[in-house]
Design a protein around this ligand. Structure first.
Ligand code: UD1
Ligand code: CA
Length: 459
């Protein structure tokens, strides 16, 4: 049977109390809507629609990026109205079965969806609902069953009387339906309810009244089926996914010290034999080669780290590539466009940006290297600064191989230094330095003997 998926993501998510549309909130660094689309891929639908409205450009960006076609719902008059907006598009598809899901269920257990969908297909009902049993059902639509246990209707929290509020079986907001049987019933929906909205679940009452009650599929793990509605739900979804990722990494041979404190986003890949210390964060498109060790309070984002590299405490690596066996930190900040070849050492308080450091280069203390190229084996002394910005433009500093840079040197870019040259400590380099030479720009030192004693006598 042909399959179609409709994702409702036009609502604001008022209970998040956030200026951002609910489905844009990230879970482990990725918008919750993108997580949902990732898992929906396994269902093999030939068409996926996303209903967008609130902050529709940003939401549509994600949905379209995941291959969905967007349907705009404006204004947003409720979940039933969201489906009305898809009516024409669904009618145009011919015979198909539809899964309708809210955009706020990032951890949807897709294996279970698959088995429910197969049961729905065989059962032949016009519509099916995934239901969930809750200890505290407050906030959800309650399932009203008739004397024979058939789904008669759904009563929303705001419309429910005290008796109904005690019902613990709730609507997950996830449905299957056959468009030919269900879309005509949209005409029967009204807004005569506590929220003045078109309620999609009222379709179940319409079916029941026609003598064709819907199927129900009780879900096993309520936590994964119920959407994110509050900041607390968002935090617990983050924690669920974080813990899953950490367990999977450990099963794959990564040593994780303090697994409750380590944050690794799902886009990261880590080879076996790596060690992550407590409170490390590995984000975005980062890859760690075998045997890499990341110590506490370091953050890596969109970086590739070569095998056997050690990143000590309190480093931030962004858009950086390192070769094998580098030693970085503590307290280093390597920014976008940093390339460290093998065996580079960066020590305390070193910042790099758009810098390529050749094999074995050392910059161990208090240094800024921006728009720089440093050849193999060069040694950068403490307090070296590339003055790469003249207030208007950025300029390059290019050092050859085996250059020895004395402490407290400034390179006023653009400037070049040849292979094997020496720069005396305290030099401001403004002109090209030829290979194998010494550049020094210090004023000669004067010693005024007896000066201190004369000063004291004057007082
Ligand atoms: C809905 C169900 C409720 C169920 C609960 C499960 C209705 C009326 N109630 O309530 O029975 O227990 O889900 O989570 O459907 N949306 C739109 N356009 C709109 C309104 C909502 O696209 O005009 C989208 C939202 O972005 C969201 C989804 O539909 O992704 C559900 O909307 P929400 O307001 O969260 O419904 P609930 O009040 O949670
Ligand atoms: Ca909801």
């Amino acid at each position: 049977m042909n399959r179609t998926i409709v994702v409702l993501s036009a609502g604001k998510g008022t209970r998040m109390k956030s200026p951002r549309a609910k489905v844009l909130h990230p879970i482990m660094g990725r918008p919750m809507l993108a997580h949902l689309f990732d898992s929906l891929g396994a269902l093999g639908a030939s068409k996926v629609f996303a209903v967008v409205g609130h902050q529709k450009e940003k939401v549509a960006d994600i949905a379209e990026g995941c291959g969905a076609e967007c349907v705009v719902q404006e204004p947003q008059l409720g979940t039933g109205h969201a489906l009305m907006c898809c009516r024409e598009a669904l009618q145009a598809l011919g015979e198909t079965e539809v899964l309708l899901v809210s955009g706020d269920v990032p951890l949807l257990p897709v294996d279970e969806v698959e088995s429910f969908w197969k049961r729905f297909h065989k059962g032949g009902a016009a519509m099916g609902m995934v239901t969930v049993e809750l200890e505290s059902p407050a906030g959800y639509g309650r399932i009203i069953r008739d004397g024979e246990g058939r789904l008669a209707r759904v009563v929303e929290e705001k419309d429910a009387g005290p008796e109904q509020k005690r019902i613990r079986e709730v609507n997950s907001g996830i449905y299957f339906f056959r468009p030919a049987a269900v879309l005509p019933l949209l005409d029967s929906l009204g807004t005569d309810n506590a929220q003045g909205e078109y309620y999609l679940p009222d379709l179940f009452a319409a079916l029941y009244d026609q003598g064709a009650p819907a199927a129900t599929f009780p879900a096993s793990d309520p936590g994964k089926w119920l959407g994110i509605n509050t900041q607390a739900d968002l935090a617990s979804a983050n924690e669920t996914l974080r813990a899953e990722i950490v367990s999977r990494l450990m099963a794959g041979g990564v040593t994780i010290l303090g697994p409750g404190t380590v944050w690794v986003e799902p886009t990261v890949s880590i080879d076996p034999g790596c060690v992550l210390h407590p409170f490390t964060r590995i984000c975005g498109e980062t890859r760690l080669g075998a045997g890499t060790e990341i110590r506490s309070f370091s953050t890596l984002r969109d970086s590739v780290v070569g095998p056997g590299t050690l990143i000590k405490e309190n480093c931030v690596l962004e858009g950086t590539r390192t070769g094998a066996s580098c030693i970085i930190g503590p307290f280093c900040h390597t920014r976008e466009g940093t390339v460290l070849e093998e065996r580079v050492h960066l020590g305390n308080f070193v910042e790099t940006k758009k810098a390529r450091l050749g094999p074995g280069v050392k910059a161990n203390h208090l240094t800024y290297l921006g728009d720089a190229e440093v050849g193999e084996g060069s040694n950068i002394g403490a307090g070296t600064i590339t003055c790469n910005y003249d207030g208007v433009r950025k300029h390059p500093t290019v050092l050859g191989r085996n250059v020895f840079v004395g402490s407290d040197t400034q390179f006023v870019a653009p400037v070049k230094v040849g292979d094997g040259a020496y720069i005396g400590a305290g030099t401001t380099v403004t002109k090209e330095v030829p290979p194998e030479s010494l550049a020094i720009s210090r004023a000669p030192q004067k010693n005024l003997e007896g000066w201190a004693a004369r000063k004291k006598r004057k007082k």
